[in-house]
Structure formats: structure tokens, C-alpha cells
Design a protein around this ligand. Structure first.
Ligand code: FAD
Length: 529
């Protein structure tokens, strides 16, 4: 199989059917292999043994086969020897891919391979992981119910982003700076902030482990770190983003480049992509396309531009009621719709995008498209440290009860926002409704509130079909329509000026001054019991 060395981590005499190391060494030498003996008792991998393992791996000719009985001890030592060199989630993920669950040593890995002390650095009643839309909203909703709670938000970011504004930055309507605030200015008064990233969870011990292995203990934990944009999931994309006509409204610093490209393009081909679901704001890939098309229409160059929408999915929008209105715009702008087209690679210099296209017979074909402008939405997944944690479901998202937002296995843990596995649209609109539900249920668990609050799956997507008009999709679990306004004011299935006014003028203020301040406008939770 090509191995050049063997490390035996199994003490001699562990079971009656086991060859002794001396025999292994002799046979290895006969085959021209190097061999080393580093016996470790099951379940007792020491820090020193892990260091020795790392040294052997560095000294022995590669590739190395290390073995014990099941492989757990060898994998554990490999993982601990890599700590500090490779990110913790990558170590956990590689081990999991090889069939080994190392959650039990996550804290040691985070502590660069050394056994940490048992002492908690700090303890708080309520710990919130992530100070994004969901995290700040839930902290404020808790305080709106009870002022003197002991809450800490853990988030490494200096800056908080209003991401729904990025669509309008990409269309030249907002300045990028309109969409940011310093994190320190947004944290509600009385809430503590630990400016650090969470690396791992130990729910059995009510502890989260921070980068560098600081330990924070809690009575109740709320997890909302958003999702991971997988820019490296598309070959060649990272190298060319922000150059060669390749852009994305999914990054704060690139949304202004979208607008530059749109203004500059007078003829040629514009390609807009959408990755497989789930993604945050499922409408955002096409919002960028409609607003760009609208600018080209207004400046009378639309006829010179060939517009392609390449969607990995099979439909234009997941809730069918909104599709007819969107199709009117697709026709008006002359957009070519390509479904089951997944962007795989980008060659920025050659201005070529490579797609995998599902064929009716189940096979995949490669299609190459040339472009002058390429707007990419990257594949999205749960953050690495969530995916490898005990909180994750099989797909890597936080495993939540869809109504109460309580973790399905750990009763003192809740989750909300993009990182959850509930079937709502991943949007600020959803987090706005989820925050009061979680706040109520957390307090009810402590006997500070009565009844159980339920989340109905509300999410909203303002589809900016032209500058000045929006198709306002609002729906619950299962795609059931849930308009917030009477039809005479906003009919969500039709393009509406009032909905544009709402998105441009009202919703940013609702976000900064209501949702993030615990003022639950149109977001009172439904109570059961
Ligand atoms: C281009 C675009 C357009 C959109 N349009 C809309 C729209 O029109 N309407 C709408 O409702 N929604 C829209 N959204 C979606 C919306 O922005 C998200 O659904 C929302 O921000 C999710 O909130 P969140 O708190 O779950 O995650 P986020 O707001 O992303 O916040 C996550 C926070 O967790 C922190 N964090 C990450 N890792 C760690 C860690 N290890 N430890 C501690 N903290 C961590 C991050 O620093 C961040 O502060 C849009 C998004 C984009 C990108």
C-alpha cells in the first residue's frame, strides 16, 4: 500500500490474538519498512506520548501507518500532536472522516495538545455564542424581560454587519459603511462581552472552550454563530474575487465592487450563480441580478448584455406563489435561466466559469461559460466548530426543536439564527421572530416566565426586482404564506413600491433601533400552555 514506516501504539499482551511488537518489527524490517514502538494504554494518552508521536511522525519516512487496536489511540495522538499547527475544527474533521470521534479531547486539542486545568476562567448564568443579528437580538430580548440577568456574549468580531443592506450596496443605493456598527456600541448595557472565538463545546460539563483553551461555564447556553461561507468550495474563486470581473454581495468589502462592475458594463455577458441550499437569504443571488439588470435597462444597454442565471437548484424560488411575479421580470430583462447548474471552478484571468450540470439520466456534464461579470454566491455550511461538536445534527447544523428552539439533546442549550437546523429561511427576519421565543423559554426554564413560546418558522425575503419595487416573500414552515401587512398596503406576490420603501427606509431602523434593542415590533412570540 505504499507505507514506508509503522508505529505500533499497542502495548504487548493486550489481547490473546495479538502479535508481539518484536515480531512486527522483524517482519517490517524484512519488507524494508521502518518500525517504532510507542505503547499507550487504552484511554490514557499522555501529553508526553503525543509529543513523542509527533516527533516520530516527523522523523520516520512517509507515509506512516500508526496502529493500536481500533485506531483511537493513534488518532488521538496524531490529533494532539497537530494541535497548534492545524485549526482545531480541521483536526476534528479529518479524524471524523477517518471514523474517529475526538470530541472527548477537543479541549486538549484547543489547548495545543496539553491537558488543561479543570478550573473555569469565568462562569455566567447565560452565555450567548455569537453577537450577530441573532445574538444581540436575543440578549436584548432577555434584558427587556428581566433587567438584572447575568449574560455574556462571546464573539471575536470588532464590527457587526447589517448584511441585508449589502444587496443595496451592490446596487449603489447604500454606502457599505451604512451597514456596519462597532460591536461594543451595540451590546446592550449590562451585558458582558468576551472578545474571543469559541473553539469547542462540553455540554455535559456546561462549558464552552475558547480559542487558547479558556473555559467559560454556564447555566444556560444560547448558540448563534451564523454560518460559514465556503469560498474555497469553488476552485480558483479565492484567487480572483474582487478582480477580473468576479464579485459577490456576500462579502462586505466586495459589494461595492459589484456596483462598480454593473456601472462599467455596457455590453457582454453577465453570469449570476446560486449554490445548493441551504444558504442565507435564498433570494439574494437573484436580487443582485434583477437590480443589475434594472440599471442596464435604465441606461439603455440591456439589449447588449447577455444575462445568465445559473442555479444549482431546480426552481427559481422555493415558495411557488412568488414565482409568477419573478418570471415577469426574468422575461422583461431577457434572463436565461439555467437550473441544476453548480459553479465548480473559476478562471478569473481567462474569464471562464466552469459548471457541473446534472443531466436527465443522472450523469453530470461540464459546461464552460465565458463572462465579463460574474456574481458568485458561495456554498454555505455550518461553522466548522459547530459541525464537529456534540450540538450538531448529521448535516452539521445545531440540532433544534423547530418550535421551542431548544436543543434536542441538551435541555439547557438553545440555538437560533443561521446556524440552526430548523427549516425556515435563514434570514434576519427569522432571527427577529426567534429571539423573543428563545428569550422567553430560557427565562421560563428558570421559573422567571410562564408558558412555552413557539416559533412558527417565519422568514422573509424582500426580492428587489427593480430599483423602487420589491416582491415581499413572507412565509412560515412548509412555505405557508404569512403576510405582515394587509393586501391593500403590500400584496407580497406582486411587485410593490411600499415594500421597497420598507426595505430601504424602514427595515434598517427597525434592525438597529428595535430588533437589536429588544423592542419586538411584529415579533411577539406565540404562547402555548
Ligand atoms: C447579501 C445578503 C443579503 C441578505 N439579505 C437579507 C434580507 O434581505 N433579509 C433578511 O432578513 N436577511 C437577509 N440576509 C441574511 C441575514 O443577514 C442572516 O440570516 C443573519 O445575519 C443571520 O444572523 P446570525 O446572527 O445567525 O448570523 P450573523 O449575523 O452572521 O452573526 C454571526 C456572529 O457570530 C460570530 N461568530 C462566528 N464564529 C464564532 C465563534 N467561533 N465564536 C463566537 N462567535 C462567533 C460572528 O463574528 C458574528 O458576529 C442577507 C444576507 C446576505 C449575506
Amino acid at each position: 500500500m505504499g507505507y514506508r514506516s509503522i508505529i505500533c501504539n499497542r502495548p504487548d499482551g493486550e489481547s490473546p490474538d495479538q502479535p508481539l511488537y518484536a515480531e512486527i518489527e522483524r517482519r517490517a524490517k524484512e519488507q524494508g519498512l521502518m518500525a517504532a514502538f510507542l505503547p499507550v494504554e487504552s484511554g490514557k494518552v499522555s501529553d508526553e506520548q503525543s509529543v513523542a508521536f509527533g516527533q516520530l511522525m516527523a522523523e520516520l519516512p512517509n507515509p506512516v501507518l500508526a496502529y493500536c487496536r481500533t485506531g483511537m489511540r493513534s488518532t488521538t495522538m496524531w490529533a494532539l500532536s497537530q494541535a497548534g499547527q492545524m485549526p482545531v475544527p480541521e483536526i476534528m474533521e479529518r479524524s471524523a472522516a477517518a471514523g474517529y470521534d475526538l470530541k472527548g479531547v477537543a479541549r486538549r486539542i484547543a489547548n495545543e495538545g496539553k491537558t488543561p486545568t479543570e478550573v473555569a476562567d469565568v462562569t455566567h448564568d447565560i452565555v450567548i455564542v455569537g453577537g450577530g443579528a441573532a445574538g444581540i437580538a436575543v440578549a436584548s430580548s432577555l434584558l427587556a424581560r428581566k433587567r438584572d440577568l447575568d449574560i455574556v456574549v462571546i464573539d471575536p468580531a470588532d464590527v457587526h454587519f447589517y448584511q441585508p443592506g449589502w444587496t443595496l450596496v451592490g446596487a449603489g443605493v447604500f454606502d457599505a459603511s451604512d451597514t456596519t456598527r462597532m460591536m461594543a456600541s451595540l451590546l446592550p448595557r449590562g451585558v458582558n462581552w468576551i472578545k474571543s472565538a469559541v473553539a469547542a463545546f462540553e455540554p455535559e460539563r456546561n462549558a464552552v472552550i475558547l480559542d487558547g483553551c479558556r473555559v467559560v461555564k454556564y447555566k444556560q447556553l444560547i448558540v448563534c454563530p451564523g454560518l460559514k461561507l465556503d469560498w474555497n468550495g469553488i476552485e480558483g474563486l479565492s484567487e480572483t474575487l474582487g478582480r477580473n470581473g468576479v464579485t459577490s454581495n456576500y462579502r462586505y468589502d466586495l459589494a461595492p465592487y459589484t456596483w462598480q462592475l454593473v456601472e462599467k458594463l455596457k455590453s457582454g455577458r453577465a453570469v449570476f450563480t446560486q449554490p445548493p441550499m441551504p444558504i442565507k437569504c435564498a433570494g439574494a443571488p437573484q436580487k443582485a441580478m434583477y437590480l443589475s439588470s434594472d440599471h442596464w435597462k435604465r441606461t439603455d444597454v440591456l439589449k447588449n448584455i447577455d444575462i445568465e442565471f445559473c442555479n444549482a437548484g431546480a426552481v427559481l424560488f422555493g415558495v411557488a406563489d412568488y414565482v409568477p411575479a419573478l418570471m415577469e421580470y426574468v422575461k422583461m430583462y431577457g434572463i436565461n435561466l439555467n437550473f441544476s447548474n453548480t459553479l465548480m471552478a473559476v478562471d478569473g484571468l481567462a474569464r471562464k466559469a466552469y459548471f457541473s450540470v446534472a443531466q436527465p439520466d443522472g450523469t453530470k456534464a461540464q459546461v464552460v461559460r465565458e463572462f465579463d461579470m460574474l456574481h458568485v454566491v458561495p456554498p454555505q455550511k455550518a461553522p466548522d466548530f459547530i459541525r464537529v461538536s456534540p450540538l450538531a445534527d448529521a448535516a452539521g447544523w445545531i440540532d433544534l426543536d423547530p418550535a421551542t428552539l431548544r436543543h434536542k439533546k441538551f435541555s439547557n442549550i438553545y440555538g437560533l439564527g443561521d446556524a440552526g437546523n430548523t427549516a425556515n429561511a435563514k434570514t434576519v427576519a427569522a432571527a427577529r421572530k426567534q429571539a423573543p421565543v428563545v428569550a422567553h423559554n430560557v427565562l421560563a426554564d428558570q421559573g422567571m416566565a410562564k408558558g412555552v413560546a413557539h416559533y412558527d418558522g417565519y422568514g422573509a425575503c424582500p426580492l428587489t426586482v427593480e430599483r423602487g419595487k420589491i416582491v415581499l416573500a413572507e412565509f412560515l414552515y412548509g412555505g405557508k404564506l404569512a403576510p405582515s401587512f394587509p393586501k391593500w398596503l403590500i400584496d407580497g406576490t406582486q411587485p410593490s413600491r411600499a415594500a421597497w420603501y420598507l426595505k430601504e427606509r424602514i427595515l434598517p431602523s427597525v434592525y438597529w433601533h428595535a430588533m437589536l434593542k429588544g423592542r419586538e415590533w411584529l415579533a411577539q412570540p406565540e404562547m402555548v400552555g
